[in-house]
Design a protein around this ligand. Structure first.
Ligand SMILES: [Zn+2]
Length: 444
């Protein structure tokens, strides 16, 4: 009570003092107070921002806060950063090896990272579609600041690919590093003793490669009925090696089946399609639209599109079709399903590889009818349109990539003709003869 009374008295005196001040002095006092407050707060904010910026430029040296000051000689740090030292205090690096069932959302929760940051990251990942379903064995690295901000995320996708997201000026920028590795050709040959599948397996071809061989020649040749004991086969396969290790990525370059009556040949052209020795197409030609009907384009391919809210450049890598939910989607060419699944931003999606050169992608689907690794032909029903993921209405987002770069699917120069175009015939013949030489074979 006594304390309260004293405080009251003090306040009264203070009020009297303020009241007794001339007006000008009163305002000067207020201004001084405001100035002091600004001095207190502004530099604090500024230095905070600076710290984060410097942390972003971390080269790959250890940033774990426990061992940093001891382990890194100052001179070495100076060499890397110049005179400006980064502030490592509080940053932590987390390394995770993905186990079956792990999701990025679980990892974020465990590390105390916000759902908003995860959303931003997934939005950027729409161009890669890699964070939707992480695979067992993949390694993930996170760099997290003391105030639970994700500064960087690195995913080792496979032997060849590493994907990095880095926070810069409040947004995530991404980088996909792909090791080209080395493509080496091998010849697999054998003679038929019973089933082509078993003989080809015996010769060293994988199940996928054998399937590819029979699918390429299926319109010309019946492997079950037309093969006889003693017939022979030669298959040229390109295999990718990363740092000396087989990446499981391969491509059938050339096929020759020799029967008593006739030889059957197939050669992979630069355009991802197979042609006979005379340049006649063995696969169906590509088609422009993934539908059987025409639908209005609601948003075109636009690499320089400005985001309506942030006004930042956020490319539209595909063509949007205003197709009602449930519209059937067909593969535009022969290929293999590289990935299919769910992604929080892209919704249900399908990625199809058409040889090494072309890739197509279908986003926001309601239904997926294919699975990873499945071979599809042009016109194969792969799914149905929908409105899943972050989507503003029923539509199909359709992407076409050439050597992993998105291009305008409505304008890209597609191999639409049945045989090798005249202006590419010379290159095709050169390639064909090179493959034949590698197989030790000649055209009869
Ligand atoms: Zn779109």
């Amino acid at each position: 009570m006594l304390l309260l009374n004293r405080l009251k008295a003090l306040l009264k005196t203070f009020a009297l003092f303020i009241n007794s001040l001339p007006r000008r002095h009163f305002f000067a006092l207020i201004l001084l107070l405001i100035f002091l407050l600004i001095l207190l707060f502004i530099p604090g904010k500024k230095s905070g921002k600076k710290t984060i910026k410097r942390q972003l430029e971390l080269p790959p040296i250890s940033v774990s806060s426990d061992d940093y000051p001891v382990a890194e000689p100052i001179a070495a740090v100076k060499e890397v950063y110049g005179e400006v030292f980064p502030d490592f205090s509080g940053n932590r690096e987390v390394q995770i090896e993905i186990k079956a069932g792990d999701t990025l959302s679980d990892i974020f929760q465990k590390e105390g990272l916000s759902a908003a940051q995860l959303q931003e990251l997934l939005e950027v990942d729409k161009q890669y579609l890699r964070l939707g379903n992480l695979l067992p064995g993949q390694k993930v690295k996170l760099l997290i600041s003391a105030d639970s901000k994700l500064l960087a995320l690195k995913v080792m996708i496979d032997l060849a690919n590493t994907l990095t997201f880095t926070l810069k000026d409040d947004q995530y920028i991404s980088l996909l590093e792909t090791k080209k590795g080395e493509w080496r050709n091998s010849v697999f040959q054998g003679s038929v003793t019973g089933s082509f599948y078993l003989d080809a397996k015996e010769a060293g071809l994988s199940a996928g490669q054998i399937q590819q061989v029979s699918s390429v020649l299926q319109d010309k040749f019946d492997f079950n009925r037309q093969l006889r004991f003693g017939d022979s086969f030669h298959v040229l396969v390109a295999k990718q090696y990363i740092d000396g290790e087989y990446s499981e990525d391969s491509e059938v370059l050339a096929i020759m089946i020799k029967t008593r009556r006739q030889n059957y040949t197939a050669f992979l052209s630069e355009d991802g399609r197979y042609y006979g020795q005379d340049g006649l197409g063995l696969n169906k030609a590509y088609r422009r639209f993934p539908f059987n009907q025409k639908y209005r384009i609601s948003s075109s391919f636009n690499p320089r599109r400005l985001h309506p809210i942030t006004k930042r450049i956020s490319p539209h890598n595909g063509t949007d079709f205003a197709a009602p939910i449930g519209t059937k989607i067909y593969s535009v060419g022969d290929g293999v399903v590289a990935r299919a699944g769910y992604h929080p931003a892209a919704g249900n999606y399908i990625v199809i590889k058409h040889g090494r050169k072309y890739t197509t992608r279908f986003l926001h689907l309601s239904k997926i009818y294919v699975r990873q690794g499945q071979r599809v032909e042009m016109g194969h029903l792969i799914g149905r349109t929908g409105n899943t993921g972050r989507s503003t209405g029923a539509h199909l987002h359709y992407e076409f990539h050439v050597y992993d770069r998105p291009v305008n699917a409505m304008k890209v120069n597609l191999p639409l003709s049945k045989e090798v175009p005249k202006d590419q015939m010379k290159a095709f013949v050169q390639r064909r003869d090179l493959f034949l030489k590698e197989m030790g074979q000649e055209i009869i």
